[in-house]
Design a protein around this ligand. Structure first.
Ligand code: OSB
Ligand code: MG
Length: 367
C-alpha cells in the first residue's frame, strides 16, 4: 500500500457539560483527525492529544506540527506501508506518541478497509461487546455528584470512576459508597498528590475501591511503588505507562498492580496490544482508558477492550457522555455494554455533515 497524502482536520466539539479534573476544566474537545489516503483506500486516525499540554506533554497544535513536518513525510517516503510498519518507520522521532498513534491508526484503518478485515479481529478481540464504565469529573458539591452518578447508573454504566484531587477525595468516595452501596468504584488523581500524602490516601482503604489511578507524577515510579506498600487500595498507572517497556519496568518495581491502557499515550494500538500481552503473561488486570474520543477513537477503543486481558470495565462510555452529536453514528449503551463494530477497518466513518460542522481547519500533507 502506498500513502498518497494525509488530511489533517482540526475539530472542536462542545461538551454536554464541563469536565473538571485536577489539571483543569474542559468545556469543549479540540482534537485532530487524520484522513489517510492510499492508492487502495482511505482510513481515519484520531489524535488524543488535548488542546493544552496539561495531561501530557503533547497538545493538538504540537501534534499537528510533528505530523506535518516529520511524521507524515517519513511514511510518504516509503514505497510500501502497512499498519505494523508505521511504528518502525517513525522510530527515529523521539516521543510524540499521540501523534504517532494517530498516524498508525489511520494507516491500519486504510489497510483493513482495503483488505475487508475488522479492527477488532485484527487486534485479537475475543468478545462481541464490552462493559461500560464512566469517568465522573470533579463537581461543585456532593449533591451534584450524587445526582450525576445516579443518572449514569440509571443509564446502565457498570463502573464509576471519580476524579479526585486534594480537598475532593475521601468525602465524595464516602458519599457515593453510602448512597450507592457496592457499585464498582475507583478513583483517578491525575498526578495531584505526592508520597507525603500517603497517610491521607490510606483513608480510602476502607471503601473497597477497585483501584487508585495515577496519584503521583508520571515520572515517580518509585513513589508509586512505595505507596503500593502503604495502602491496600490497588495502585493503577495511567500517565506513567508510555510503552511496553515502561509497563514492564513499573510492574517489576511493584509500582502498580493494574494498568490503564490508552493507545494514544503508548504510541498506538499495536503497542497497546503488546502491553496487554505482557500483562496477561504476568496475571496483571488491564482496562481501556479514554480521552474524550469521537466515535472514531471510540470504535477503536471498543475493539481493543474486547481483548481477553481487559478484565475490568474501561472508560468506555456512550457518545452522549460527552457529545450531544457525535461525528459518527452514535454509540449507545445496550444493557451497560457497547457492541464491538464488525465492519471493515474501524467499522464506522464520519458523517460528512457532522464532521464539517465541527471542523475548524483542514490541511493536506502530501509528497
Ligand atoms: O486520566 O483517564 C484520564 C480524560 C482526559 C484526559 C485524561 C483522562 C480522562 C478520563 C477519561 O478520565 C474520559 C473518557 O471517558 O474518555
Ligand atoms: Mg487517568
Amino acid at each position: 500500500m502506498k500513502i498518497t497524502g494525509v488530511e489533517l482536520r482540526h475539530i472542536a466539539m462542545p461538551l454536554v457539560a464541563p469536565f473538571r479534573t485536577s489539571f483543569g476544566t474542559a468545556t469543549s474537545r479540540e482534537a485532530l483527525l487524520l484522513r489517510v489516503v492510499t492508492d487502495e483506500s482511505e482510513g481515519w486516525g484520531e489524535c488524543v492529544a488535548m488542546a493544552q499540554p496539561l495531561y501530557s506533554s503533547e497538545y493538538v497544535d504540537g501534534a499537528a506540527d510533528a505530523l506535518r513536518r516529520f511524521l507524515i513525510p517519513m511514511i510518504l517516503n516509503q514505497p510500501e506501508v502497512d499498519g505494523p510498519g508505521v511504528a518502525e518507520a517513525l522510530a527515529p522521532v523521539q516521543g510524540h506518541r499521540m501523534a504517532k498513534a494517530a498516524l498508525e491508526m489511520g494507516v491500519l484503518d486504510a489497510e483493513l478497509r482495503a483488505a475487508g478485515r475488522p479492527f477488532a479481529r485484527e487486534l485479537g478481540a475475543t468478545r462481541d461487546r464490552v462493559p461500560c464504565g464512566v469517568s465522573v469529573g470533579i463537581m461543585d458539591s456532593i449533591p451534584a455528584l450524587l445526582d450525576a452518578v445516579d443518572d449514569y447508573l440509571g443509564q446502565g454504566y457498570q463502573r464509576i470512576k471519580l476524579k479526585i484531587e486534594p480537598g475532593w477525595d475521601i468525602m465524595p468516595v464516602q458519599a457515593v459508597r453510602e448512597r450507592f452501596g457496592d457499585v464498582l468504584l475507583q478513583v483517578d488523581a491525575n498526578t495531584a498528590y505526592t508520597l507525603a500524602d500517603a497517610r491521607h490516601l490510606a483513608k480510602l482503604d476502607p471503601f473497597d475501591l477497585l483501584l487508585i489511578e495515577q496519584p503521583f507524577d508520571e515520572l515517580d515510579i518509585v513513589g508509586h511503588a512505595d505507596l503500593a506498600r502503604l495502602i491496600s487500595t490497588p495502585v493503577c498507572l495511567d500517565e506513567s505507562i508510555t510503552s511496553a517497556q515502561t509497563a514492564a519496568a513499573a510492574l517489576r518495581l511493584g509500582a502498580c498492580s493494574i494498568i490503564n491502557i490508552k493507545p494514544g499515550r503508548v504510541g498506538g494500538y499495536l503497542e497497546a496490544r503488546k502491553i496487554h500481552d505482557l500483562c496477561v503473561a504476568n496475571g496483571v488486570p488491564v482496562w481501556c482508558g479514554g480521552m474524550l474520543e469521537t466515535g472514531l477513537g471510540r470504535a477503536a477503543n471498543i475493539a481493543l477492550a474486547a481483548l481477553p486481558g481487559f478484565v475490568l470495565p474501561g472508560d468506555i462510555s456512550g457518545s452522549n457522555r460527552f457529545y450531544s452529536t457525535d461525528i459518527t453514528a452514535p454509540f449507545i449503551l445496550d444493557d451497560g455494554y457497547l457492541r464491538v463494530p464488525t465492519g471493515h477497518g474501524l467499522g464506522v466513518e464520519p458523517i460528512a455533515d457532522e464532521l464539517n460542522a465541527v471542523t475548524v481547519a483542514t490541511e493536506w500533507v502530501s509528497a
